[in-house]
Design a protein around this ligand. Sequence first.
Ligand SMILES: C[S@@+](CC[C@H](N)C(=O)[O-])C[C@H]1O[C@@H](n2cnc3c(N)ncnc32)[C@H](O)[C@@H]1O
Length: 276
Amino acid sequence: MAARPQMGRTVKKPGSTAGKGPTGKTTTSKGGTRVMKTRITKKSGLKESSRRWLERHMNDPYVQRAKIDGYRSRAAYKLIEIDDRYKILKPGMRIIDLGAAPGGWCQVVARRVGSSDKNPHIVGIDYLEMDPIPGAILLQMDFLDDAAPAKLAEALGGEPDVVLSDMAAPTTGHRRTDHIRTMHLGEVAADFAISVLKPGGHFLAKTFQGGAEGTLLTLLKRNFTSVHHVKPPSSRGESVELFMLAKGFKGRQPAEDTDGDAGERGSDPRDDDGED
Ligand SMILES: C[S@@+](CC[C@H](N)C(=O)[O-])C[C@H]1O[C@@H](n2cnc3c(N)ncnc32)[C@H](O)[C@@H]1O
């Protein structure tokens, strides 16, 4: 590979000398990429939690790979790994990406479905501003805004084959609150997917492990042929993040149909990838 692994940014305590910055040694990462291991010394002046976060980020092989491969986020590899295994993206498909910033998933989708600026078939939405992505139409707005569904449908110009949601609520530090807020986003995203998807379409959403997945799971099982819990290798093992993939949209199902055998296949968390 032409590009060389990069040493991370030097973090020094104000007024410190060069010798007190990060130290580096070459190691081989999980993915086989040779990376320069960066250490941030305790003398850096950072809070211990920030020092550990920055050191982990700088040494994360997926962060290094994203720079080399030209992806805007390490999150791109989560979608790549899920799609490599479950084959949800095909050339020519129309895709909606909820919570798209900074744009890693849109980049992956554009490459895999072959979307171009001449004939874009991806629409991404986020309340954060994003730099343009070739082949994607980007909307800067809150997905929870009442006007968002109509804007998305209008921008896409047809029914989506796949609705993706990597939306996560800003963390408050209160684990239960963060969980409930992100699960709510997942449920609203699922309702949206069910109202717009093409029959046979797929829905992928970020969720958190921790007990409140029941409502979402029931909804997905009723409306899709199969539901899978997926923890891709690039999703950090210590993170409670878990993706739900619902394949084969059946068309909107009546609410009473809750105890049939719909969605039995793959819906047991023990079917997970188990990579962590
Ligand atoms: C984990 S990031 C997405 C990363 C993205 N998949 C990528 O590959 O670059 C989650 C995103 O969800 C967005 N988000 C959270 N709530 C949202 C909402 N209500 N409407 C739009 N975007 C939202 C955040 O602004 C954030 O950019």
